[in-house]
Design a protein around this ligand. Structure first.
Ligand SMILES: Nc1ncnc2c1ncn2[C@@H]1O[C@H](COP(=O)(O)OP(=O)(O)OP(=O)(O)O)[C@@H](O)[C@H]1O
Ligand SMILES: [Mg+2]
Length: 374
């Protein structure tokens, strides 16, 4: 775990970081994003002591890094800078083995790891091991840069705009590889970028920065759905939810107060409730608001008016959880040819109802936001 505690950084009189506090959990990929000059690189370099804070502390797994030997610390933290920082006079193999050798790892172990890392980043070791950096394309060099950061066996890897110089295709494939590697190797990665699409694609959490301060720190989903302020909305662009329908969940598109009835009421009462609310179906709930069935006007008209709802209700009601996304909801409604579907929480309590018109109104409100924004 990496903890920033009340970090302040001043250059002469200019304060570039103002009381910055942030916790980064182990095994997470956290992205720092924000306008040029907001302090991303400064914060990143503080983690491996390339920059010292003016005041405040950084703890790595509970230890204040200012008490550690900086050289030792850096050997244990992978670091990828924009231009890869490969040593031009060393082969790819030598570049990758440098830090493990300095750390005194055994030759056989180092060789095996170098080989594996190149394979992971999609470079054929037989072809590339003995080449020099200048004999590789920019994208291939960046892959080696990523492999080298992972070669340190460290739990923490810092990446400062590592893919910014790449063409979109190479960039996408390296993003995918990084995502997979992080999942497999369970590293803690702090990744700086200018690119919100990149952040959304790879991050567990995104930290949006402005003038050395945190504007929002949350999962990509939450940032897209609930931007903290106009700065964040502008930064992510209003169209994103519209472009990512999987981010709209049942709870965002449902009516949250569906008309319902308790199972112990009778048919006459049900018909009255339907008339009052101008609906032709009711969700049936028990005392604890759990969904236990439903009735439609058509199905209950045939019965004696005194019959209890419990006796006549349809018990096999299809429902979705409040976290089901829009695409799955639509698929379920299409597959079962139904015009509405109740939404329940994890305890099967009725949370809402999705109808064709609730979907339309949720989508059109997104559309209106978009039109206002552009
Ligand atoms: N050595 C220095 N002396 C004075 N000011 C500095 C120094 N290094 C950085 N700064 C200032 O600190 C601020 C933060 O710089 P930093 O490099 O962290 O920005 P950044 O968010 O990484 O920007 P970019 O996206 O352009 O890389 C900037 O205003 C920069 O001018
Ligand atoms: Mg920078």
């Amino acid at each position: 775990m990496i903890q920033f505690k009340n970090i302040v950084k001043k250059y002469k009189t200019k304060t570039v970081i103002q009381r910055f506090s942030l916790d980064i959990d182990s095994g997470q990929l956290v992205v720092f994003i924000g306008p040029s000059g907001c302090g991303k690189t400064t914060l990143l370099k503080m983690i491996n002591q390339l920059i010292q804070p003016t005041s405040g502390q950084i703890l790595v797994n509970g230890t204040d890094i200012s008490t550690m030997n900086p050289i030792e610390l850096r050997r244990n933290i992978g670091y990828v800078i924009q231009n890869t920082g490969l040593f031009p006079h060393m082969t790819i193999k030598e570049n990758l083995e440098l830090i493990p050798k300095l750390k005194g790892e055994g030759p056989a172990e180092i060789e095996k790891k170098t080989f594996e890392l190149l394979e992971i980043v999609g470079l054929d070791p037989k072809e590339f091991l003995d080449r020099y950096p200048k004999e590789l394309s920019g994208g291939q060099q960046q892959r080696v840069g990523v492999a080298r950061a992972f070669s340190t066996n460290s739990d923490i890897i810092l990446m400062d705009e590592p893919f910014s110089a790449l063409d979109p295709v190479t960039r996408t494939s390296l993003q995918d590889e990084l995502y997979q590697m992080q999942r497999e190797l369970n590293k803690t990665i702090v990744f700086v970028t200018h690119d919100m699409d990149e952040a959304i694609k790879i991050a567990d959490k995104i930290c949006i920065l402005k003038d050395g301060d945190i504007v929002q720190y949350d999962t990509p989903e939450n940032i897209l759905k609930n931007p903290a302020n106009d700065f964040v909305s502008d930064f992510i662009g209003k169209r994103r939810v519209w472009n990512n329908p999987e981010l709209l969940l049942a709870e965002d598109i449902m009516i949250s107060n569906p008309v319902k009835i308790h199972a112990n009421r009778n048919i006459l009462q049900a018909i009255e409730i339907m008339k009052d609310n101008k609906v032709d179906s009711l969700m049936v709930t028990d005392k604890t608001n759990r969904l236990i069935g439903m009735v439609t006007l058509k199905s209950i008209q045939l019965f004696n008016r005194n019959a209890s709802i419990e006796e006549v209700m349809e018990r096999n009601v299809l429902s979705v959880s409040n976290e089901t996304n829009l695409l799955s909801v639509l698929a379920i409604m299409n597959e079962h040819k139904i015009g509405y579907v109740p939404v329940v929480n994890s305890m099967n309590q009725l949370a809402g109802l999705i109808t064709r018109s609730s979907i339309l109104s949720a989508l059109s409100s997104q559309l209106i936001e978009m039109e206002v924004a552009f």
